[in-house]
Each structure stands twice: as C-alpha cells, then as structure tokens.
Design a protein around this ligand. Structure first.
Ligand SMILES: Cc1cc2nc3c(=O)[nH]c(=O)nc-3n(C[C@H](O)[C@H](O)[C@H](O)COP(=O)(O)O)c2cc1C
Length: 167
C-alpha cells in the first residue's frame, strides 16, 4: 500500500485534477481518494496525509469537506504528518482567497503535524483564512488566473513535502 493518502473534495474537477498531478509527482508512494467516498478507516490507514479542497460560497470549504467536518473533528490523528492544498480564485474572491485550506487547518491543526507551508509571493488578494504567521498553511493553486504557474508550484511543493514528510 502507498504511504501517502491524498484526500480531496472537488465540485467541478479542478481540485481532483491537481490531486492527480500531486499523486503523479509522488509516483508509487501516493494514492488519491475523493473525500465523498472516504471513511475514517480509509484515512487512518496512511502513514502521511494530504488534504485538498477548493473554496466555495465565499469563504467555505468544498461541499463534501463540509459534510466531512464533523467526522474530522472526532479524529485523533496522533500528530501524523499532514499537508494541505487548495484551489481558489484570487481575482473574484480576494477577501476569501483559498479560505477552504484555512478552515480544514483550523479544524485539525492541534492533532496533526502540518508540513508544506507556502509563501505568499506571486499572489494578489486581501484576506485569506489560509494565511497564518505570514504564510499559507498549504499550497494555494489558482487555476482561473495563474494556470501557467500551477505545474512549477506543484513541483516545488512536492519536493518540499518529500523532505518534510517522508525523510
Ligand atoms: C460560487 C463560487 C464561489 C466561490 N468562492 C470562492 C472563495 O470564497 N474563495 C476562493 O478562493 N475561490 C472561490 N471560488 C473559486 C473556486 O474555488 C475555484 O473555481 C476552484 O478551482 C474550484 O475547484 P473545484 O472544481 O475542485 O471545486 C468560488 C467559485 C464559485 C463558482
């Protein structure tokens, strides 16, 4: 079984596509699973976790993560290493850019070891619940406005995770 479980919620397929790209960068080390079909046992069996969500409703997680939030708050995680990524649109939602990442972080940060913080350079927005101590708590991807940056951001981020998560 792969060591890393990538769990994602995606309404129009953007986050799913990014989850698959992340999996490809990890090769045989990672599996992907849509959170709408996941159980606690599915999540707990992995040594390392990556959670991905888009942002909707002006400052919400993707709907399937909303439905999963009660289950998440009951999970122990035992300080397992976990990384977060999220899709958002900084031009149309500059006051809630990639908030979904921050909402999941807030729900679990005290029980996991969050790795993969990402700098704010190259983004333009006013507010984001995903920013803590001057960094995103995970990777923010803006497919609508910065598609040309997606692949290089993913490669750099996965290289960081390979060091911070696995080694
Ligand atoms: C109605 C609506 C609300 C949205 N709200 C936000 C938001 O609050 N913050 C943000 O960064 N992006 C927001 N977005 C942009 C989506 O997160 C973005 O399109 C994302 O790529 C969708 O990914 P998915 O297909 O995986 O769900 C919104 C988009 C729509 C259509």
């Amino acid at each position: 079984m792969a060591k890393i479980g990538i769990f994602y919620g995606s309404s129009t397929g953007n986050t799913e596509l990014i989850a698959e790209k992340i999996k490809a960068l990890f090769g045989n080390d990672a599996d992907t699973c849509n959170i709408d079909a996941a159980s606690i046992e599915d999540i707990e069996k992995y040594e390392f976790l990556i959670f991905g969500t888009s942002s909707w409703g002006i400052g919400d997680t993707q709907d399937d993560w909303d439905d999963f939030m009660d289950i998440l708050s009951g999970m122990t995680f035992n300080k397992k290493k976990l990384a977060l990524f999220g899709l958002g649109d900084q031009i149309n939602y500059p006051d809630s850019f990639a908030d979904g990442i921050g909402i999941i972080y807030d729900a679990i940060y005290d029980r996991v070891d969050v790795v993969g913080a990402w700098p704010l350079d190259g983004y333009t927005f006013n507010e984001s619940a995903a920013v803590k101590n001057g960094m995103f708590v995970g990777l923010a991807i803006d497919k609508e406005n910065q598609p040309h940056l997606t692949d290089s951001r993913l490669e750099k981020w996965v290289n960081i995770l390979k060091k911070e998560m696995i080694s």
